[in-house]
Write a new protein. Structure first.
Length: 395
């Protein structure tokens, strides 16, 4: 299982964060046992049972999207709902001729991949999406390109060649003032990923990928949402909305001295706020505790949890935080945009939940020395706040 600790171990933990993350590529040969993480059987089952409209499921060849009508037909049921039905024979033909298959957001429909994505989110502190890529030939599916987000690639089956060319524009973004120029010359690295290998690639790194090793290839790419200086400034502005200078109307028709005074007041507020040496820490805490995570229902329970030891729950806000309030005999649990204060006796329950593993009410009660009913009541508060969900009903 690829939880946060497993990702840290495979990527290099604090050394990776301090020396590699956002800086340069890294190849980890044979770093992961991925035999059962996501298989061809899983991919076949998802394609056969899910309604996957582009761009959720798509084919690409030579950097161009293959038209949907070449491998799917529109199907309408008796209630006039229309969707695209994949035609297996036509799909096989496109893939045999060199198209690559892409399935976006696999973590939403495959539990093991969802756990892996959540584990990487816990380790890196940012939202993660996992896409599956399958290729059969040396024909490039996407051509030479760069991504606007960092990726961690896990080779699942077969092998794939990655030619890496570095960056031609430092830290390019999705919303940018100019596009990076294509690289010239030979790649800076030419890597063949075998099953179990892991590759980290920062955003902006040009790369070309082919399945040219004579066998079919299946890999997962975990993409991380980037956070830039622009995002920090936007957050700062939101925090400063409480101040008068940032709420004041812009004096568009005032005199130049009045406009200058207005700008000076805004500047003072912004600079004073930015002068806090712990500002990035405050930003990170704010983002972690307000992120909505992966909210899920807890059916059949809609009005509370019974005191059943076998009911299993799991945190759905991977970046939740617990704060011990010294001198107040309380702890604060912050997640999904809400903060709850509990008696300090709830601390062991909350810290156990924070690990992110499915846990029974009985185990939580034992860890804290509490009655199962008390734990059920506490857990229900977090379920109502969309920070937790039942993953085993006990029924």
């Amino acid at each position: 299982m690829l939880d946060a600790a497993s990702w840290a171990g495979r990527l290099g933990g604090d050394t990776f964060l301090a020396q590699t993350y956002h800086r340069s590529y890294a190849h980890f040969p044979g770093a992961t046992d991925v035999a059962s993480l996501f298989t061809w059987d899983d991919l076949n089952r998802i394609i056969a049972t899910q309604r996957l409209e582009p761009p959720r499921l798509r084919l690409s060849a030579d950097g161009e999207t293959v038209p949907l009508h070449r491998y799917a037909v529109p199907t309408t049921n008796r209630r006039a709902v229309t969707w695209s039905r994949i035609q297996p024979a036509e799909l096989h033909t496109q893939l045999k001729e060199g198209a690559s298959l892409v399935l976006d957001a696999v973590e939403k429909i495959h539990p093991a991949v969802g756990v892996a994505a959540e584990g990487l989110e816990r380790f890196l502190g940012t939202s993660v999406q996992a896409n599956a890529y399958a290729s059969w030939t040396e024909r490039e599916g996407f051509g030479l390109h760069w991504d606007d987000h960092d990726v961690v690639v896990v080779q699942l089956h077969g092998s794939k060649r990655w030619r890496l060319y570095g960056v031609t524009r430092q830290a390019p973004t999705f919303r940018d003032v100019e596009s990076p120029e294509q690289p010239e010359g030979d790649p800076v690295a030419d890597i063949v990923l075998a099953a179990g290998d892991v590759l980290y690639l920062p955003r902006g790194w040009w790369h070309a990928v082919t399945a040219d090793q004579g066998s079919e290839s299946l890999h997962l790419t975990f993409g991380m949402v980037p956070h830039t200086g622009a995002d920090l400034v936007l957050w700062v502005v939101d925090q400063l909305r409480a101040t008068l200078p940032l709420r004041t109307d812009i004096p568009r028709f005032a005199t130049l001295p009045e406009q200058s005074d207005f700008l000076a007041a805004v500047r003072r507020e912004v600079l004073d706020f930015l002068a806090d040496p712990r500002l990035i820490e405050r930003w990170a805490e704010s983002g972690d505790t307000t992120d909505l995570g992966h909210a899920a229902p807890s059916l059949p329970y809609v009005g509370g949890l019974p005191a059943m030891s076998e009911i299993t729950v799991r945190l759905t806000a991977p970046r939740a935080r617990v704060t011990v309030n010294d001198g107040h005999s309380t702890v604060t649990f912050s997640a999904a945009g809400t903060a709850w204060d509990f008696a300090e006796s709830a601390g062991p329950v909350l810290h156990t939940l924070l690990i992110g593993q499915p846990t029974t009410l009985g185990d939580l009660a034992s860890a804290a020395g509490l009655e199962v009913k008390d734990v059920a009541d506490l857990v229900w508060v977090l379920i109502e706040g969309q920070a937790l969900a039942v993953v085993g009903t006990g029924l």
